[in-house]
Design a protein around this ligand. Structure first.
Ligand code: ADP
Ligand code: MG
Length: 445
């Protein structure tokens, strides 16, 4: 099968699984510019576009690629600058594959996250100020480690990467590593697979600054915590700067060893709150300005006033608005913004589904008790319901496989993948089963 028909099939697959409007906004017209053994490059209109796809549709895109290219590929994006020119965006921070050999030489920072474009307001002032001091004198302030926490979409990744970008701009020889906790764990697992776990931490020791994103991900991962604990102590002893982010105050973390939690708390902890209206407006205006976009002020205010949940969602609304306006050659107006908002709120509702809701709905459909489904019982009916729950949890939430497994009575990640594949292929082959799942899915989203 030729490359282009592989991609066409991917698009058909995606179209079948998304509301038409969402498909047209985000996927229609996206071209593949390059495919290698390991990577695929997609051409998108702007940076927002790729971030939106990555944050909302990554699983779906991976599924499509797996299916039609018969393997998983790292997805890269390039932006259309003019008809002839494209600029390649650095790889997104999340990849489901081991990093290339030379990753340690690179910082993995995304240069777009700077202090300059991090808008300051009451909600984030203190966090920004401490982040700036740390990046000016790494390892030399009392803020070591610096831990920044907030709920999702409020700027943790932006801020932690800004620390690295600033430090590198003032001292290019500085060895900085930005890494997500998920990536750290995957690297550790890879090292175990290769029987090299004893070398694992050595590879991380040779750095001047460690920026580690989303440490709540370490919950329940005991071996990874152990490795991280040693790295942490080693770097701190040498006076190296560590910055961490987390989705809650370390006191509220569960299933993380006490000694690690007390390390997290040994420097300074700062939080980022939800921004007020003026800050939200300022953020949108800055985004529009950075991208050279003209948006009427009233529309900016309308979006900022109506999307209060988080900044990522608000930016997403802006991108979507622009995409729809240019696609349909319409003016950017409040009325158009209102339509977009409705879609965004719907899409968001979809990604906000919790496993508990999924369990609840499926138990209702199957006439079962929730406690049976999460128990160890193995009767056939219960086992099937469990598989359907795992299937929808993977399909409709962004939770990791191991989190899904643990919510459903402590199953491991391979059980979740297995269940997903099983139900997925049954759904494709069996019309009645598909109808049944459609009903459940309608109820869920
Ligand atoms: P988190 O890591 O907390 O989930 P991110 O750092 O990914 O959140 O932020 C989500 C989006 O919002 C990013 O595009 C980021 O650039 C933007 N953002 C967050 N806070 C600000 C801010 N104060 N000024 C400008 N952009 C911001
Ligand atoms: Mg983040």
């Amino acid at each position: 099968m030729s490359e282009s028909s592989n991609w066409k099939n991917c698009l058909i697959y995606i179209r079948d699984r998304l509301p038409e409007q969402a498909f047209q906004t985000w996927f229609d017209g996206i071209k593949v510019t390059n495919v290698t053994e390991q990577e695929i490059t997609l051409q998108v209109p702007n940076q927002f576009h790729y971030e939106w796809i990555e944050s909302k549709y990554r699983n779906l895109l991976n599924d499509a690629i797996n299916k039609f290219y018969n393997k998983s590929l790292i997805v890269n994006y390039s932006i259309i600058v003019s008809n002839k020119n494209t600029s390649t965006i650095p790889k997104f921070e999340h990849q489901d594959k081991p990093l290339p050999q030379n990753f340690r030489k690179k910082s993995q920072l995304n240069s777009r996250y700077t202090f300059y474009n991090f808008i300051e307001g009451k909600s984030n002032q203190f966090a920004k100020a401490t982040a700036i001091s740390v990046s000016k004198s790494p390892g030399k302030t009392p803020y070591n480690p610096l831990l920044i926490y907030s709920s999702p979409g409020l700027g943790k990744t932006h801020l932690i990467q800004a620390v690295g970008n600033y430090a590198i701009s003032t001292n290019p020889n500085y060895r900085i590593l930005y890494i997500t906790s998920e990536r750290f764990m995957l690297d550790f697992i890879t090292s175990i697979q290769r029987n090299k776990s004893s070398d694992f931490i050595k590879n991380y020791r040779n750095i001047d600054m460690l920026l580690i994103d989303d440490v709540h991900f370490f919950q329940k991962k005991e071996q990874t915590q152990e490795q991280f604990f040693h790295l942490f102590n080693d770097l701190l002893q040498k006076g190296k700067q560590i910055v961490l982010t987390c989705d809650k105050h370390p006191n509220e973390l569960i299933d993380i060893k006490d000694r690690l939690i007390s390390r997290f708390q040994s420097g300074l902890i700062v939080d980022i709150q939800s921004p007020d209206l003026e800050t939200r407006i300022a953020i949108l205006m800055k985004k529009a300005d950075d991208e050279n976009l003209e948006i009427p002020y009233e529309v900016t205010e309308f979006l900022a006033a109506n999307i209060t949940s988080d900044i990522r969602t608000m930016e997403g609304a802006l991108v979507k608005l622009l995409a729809i306006a240019s696609l349909g050659k319409k003016d950017i107006s409040i009325s158009l913004a209102r339509d977009v908002l409705k879609d965004i709120l719907d899409e968001n509702a979809m990604s906000n589904i919790t496993i508990d809701q999924i369990i609840n709905v499926i138990c209702q459909f199957q006439g079962m008790k929730e406690k049976d489904v999460i128990s160890k019982k193995r009767t056939k009916d219960i086992a099937v319901s469990r598989q359907i729950i795992m299937y929808f949890s993977r399909k409709l939430t962004n939770l990791s496989l191991s989190v899904i497994g643990s919510k459903i009575g402590g199953r491991d990640h391979s059980t979740v993948i297995h269940s997903y594949n099983l139900i997925n292929s049954k759904r494709e082959k069996d019309i009645n089963f598909n109808k049944f799942l459609d009903k459940i899915e309608k109820k869920l989203i």
